[in-house]
Design a protein around this ligand. Structure first.
Ligand code: ASP
Ligand code: MG
Length: 407
């Protein structure tokens, strides 16, 4: 018998009617002979409300362990309600909190990593013909306290459980019906992909396609868990995330993603000598600020250089402060910052074997008069930084240029 892990996100369990709808779907699958383990998120908006309560009491120095205790509670409500809705339909079901399901994590409260899962309690439950309904997003730390896995973490719970239970697949039910070649709200000709590779999905997730938590994709790739993203409202296949060798017809480019979460920082007229990069980026790293695209331009006098890079918008004020604190010691003229930018990425495993992908991107943007402010590349991705006002124009033009438009 096949064993599938189902995960239902916040919008799929947003109210009682939707919870009943999910219970119906599960009943259909069980009647069709599947064995299931179900993972759920909190009702849509609930986790945000809980986070707000914590941060309103103490914005800066709240106890992260107590934060976890509070924000993990949203899932406790939905697992119980879904178990009751299932029982009401005559489907035996039982709810499990993370610790009851044997999910152990490290002690990094608010962004804990799963270290170990003892699948015995869930296995027993499934073998007894009872559907386990597990709280996503949470586990138990080394000291026995509640932990949470970072926002969007129930995707990761589901994948980790699928790996531990050696499930045949992990189905992520959500409010979209799959992974698209680009954001359909902007690119009306975007197409749903039948399949995408783990690597591509990883890049898509990390540069803004918010359908899966990035960490869950990395975990699925590591443990070779077959993942499917599909709608909890419609009955049709979604997008399968699989190994490259399972993709029959590879596209050179699979998708165009974007993120408005970054800001550009330029350190102007810094002395061009060995050690400046280390002197600037060392303190940023110590402050836990991630730096992404980096461009160093040589100025005409050959003595000074400009160092441009991106940080997340949320980190911009802190990044400024950290850089100001080393200005004397490093020696530079000023810091310019711009948060009206967007990072656009063209992603595809086919890039490894095809030349000219980046050139087509640059040409397409140049033809529209769009200036590129920074570039970065990986083996299967080219990203550029442009002014935010060109987001729509650039996405649509690139989508056409790589032949992704739906006909
Ligand atoms: N409820 C949690 C959140 O909103 C976890 C999840 O939905 O995946 O981040
Ligand atoms: Mg989510």
């Amino acid at each position: 018998m096949t064993l599938i892990v189902h995960k239902y996100g916040g919008t799929s369990v947003a109210d009682l009617e939707r919870i009943r709808n999910v219970a119906q779907r599960i009943k259909h699958r069980i009647d069709a002979g599947e064995r299931l383990c179900v993972v759920v998120s909190a009702m849509a908006g609930q986790t945000n409300r809980l986070v707000e309560w914590v941060t309103s009491l103490d914005p800066a120095r709240y106890d992260r362990a107590e934060y976890d205790q509070v924000v993990a509670s949203g899932e406790q409500v939905t697992i119980g309600l879904l178990a009751i809705a299932l029982q009401h339909l005559g489907v035996p079901a039982r709810s499990f909190l993370g610790w009851q399901a044997g999910i152990r994590t490290d002690g990094a409260h608010a962004s804990a990593r799963i270290t170990e899962i003892d699948p015995t309690p869930l296995r027993r439950c499934i073998e007894a013909g009872i559907v386990p309904v597990v709280a996503g997003f949470q586990g138990i730390g080394p000291d026995g306290r509640m932990t949470t896995l970072g926002r969007g973490g129930s995707d990761t719970s589901a994948v980790a459980l699928a790996a531990a239970l050696e499930a045949d697949r992990c189905d992520i039910f959500t409010d979209v019906d799959g992974v698209y070649t680009s954001d359909p709200r902007i690119v009306s000709k975007a197409r749903k992909l039948d399949r995408i590779t783990y690597e591509e999905m990883l890049e898509m997730a990390s540069v803004g396609a918010k359908v899966l938590q990035t960490r869950s994709v990395a975990l699925a790739m590591r443990h070779k868990v077959r993942l499917q993203v599909l709608s909890s409202f419609e009955d049709k296949p979604g997008t399968l995330v699989v190994d490259e060798d399972e993709i029959v017809e590879t596209q050179i480019v699979s998708g165009i993603a974007y993120t408005r979460d970054e800001a550009k920082v330029s350190v102007v007229r810094v002395m061009d000598r060995p050690g400046v990069a280390a002197a600037l980026f060392g303190p940023l790293a110590e402050a836990n600020i991630n730096v992404d695209m980096i461009v160093q331009s040589v100025s005409r006098d050959g003595v000074h250089t400009n160092m441009t890079f991106t940080v997340s918008r949320a980190d911009l004020p802190r990044a400024r402060a950290v850089l100001e604190s080393v200005r004397e010691q490093v020696g530079f003229e000023r810091i310019d910052a711009d948060d009206e930018i967007v990072k656009i990425s063209v992603i595809g495993v086919g890039m490894r074997s095809h030349a000219g992908i980046a050139h087509r991107m640059f040409r397409t943007l140049a033809d529209r008069g769009i200036n590129i402010q920074a570039i970065s590349t990986s083996e299967i991705k080219v990203s550029v930084l442009i002014a935010e006002e060109y987001t729509e124009l650039a996405l649509r033009a690139l989508h056409s240029a790589y032949g992704l438009d739906r006909s």
